[in-house]
Write a protein that binds this ligand. Sequence first.
Ligand code: MRU
Length: 346
Amino acid sequence: MKLKAIEWHNNKVKFIDQTKLPEKLEFVETDNYLVIEEAIKNLRIRGAPAIGIAGAFGVVLAIRQYSGSDKKEFLKFFIEKIINTFRNTRPTAKNLFWALDRIKKSVYENRELSIENIKEIVLKEALDIYKEDENISKKIGENGAKILKDSSTVLTHCNTGFLVTAGIGTALGIIYTAVEQGKKIKVFADETRPLLQGARLTVWELMNRGIDVTLICDNMAAFVMKKGLVDYVLVGADRIATNGDTANKIGTYNLAVLCEKHKIPFFVAAPYSTFDFDIKNGDDIKIEERKPEEVKCSYGRYIAPRKAKVFNPAFDITPNNLITGFITEVGIFYPPYGNWENLKKP
Ligand code: MRU
């Protein structure tokens, strides 16, 4: 049986608690939307597409709890309150806002129907988002695998595999697809401080699939590149502006700068739902700042003075001029960036 990071199961949301990995593979099943809200905030469910799916399922759970019969109240207060609850979980990943807008639109387009019918329509919309995402990650994998040469080595950052989508993932999905096609691909995984998504999740995913992965600390990437050990860098994205500036896990920008220096192709893999055509460039992307303890504590204890001042942005922006190409479900986009017409009409 294929593992799923998140799914709709017996009228509940079932997800892997990613904070427990790699030590424990623990599933949570819930019909309480507040559990989903907490899970997104605390990265039990994480990664841009998965956050969008979780937000959509969270709204489904919430409106199922509504037992009143006042349509106006249902529409105006309940839906908007619930949608706002999820909008306020994490600010950077566009996929979350995209999914919530899509759910909201489906409700308003069907507002003449009964409350029970609207509940069914919201569930259908959330399941559509899920199925589409599964298919999209397959296509990203196929499109990206074309650029990976046999016997090559990819360096990746954070976690972009099955844990972040309904399917095989984005950047890691490309590696899975290339390996399935018979190519020999080796991977360097950045540990990805402070929350170690690379060490905990990417290495776990790749080892489970029997893929040759080597863990490095984030500050080793330059040395590994200098030694000529990296052929490509593949990363995911949380939000991409119209000009191609890209928000992704903190440390991604470092890699892009290093790639320019060492003449290594730097590709971003992302679905349509990560693109934000309402903003011109990266300056308009809101970067989430998380609590200082994430940086000050590790190995279950303080690793810095308790009162140390900390700056903890969860994401950074890679400027478009450092990006070799965007691997999407409709193909690969190369510079100059700005014309995304094909992507808008998949
Ligand atoms: O804070 P996280 O773990 O949710 O951050 C995830 C990332 O930065 C991923 O690289 C990004 O969401 C792309 S995954 C398709």
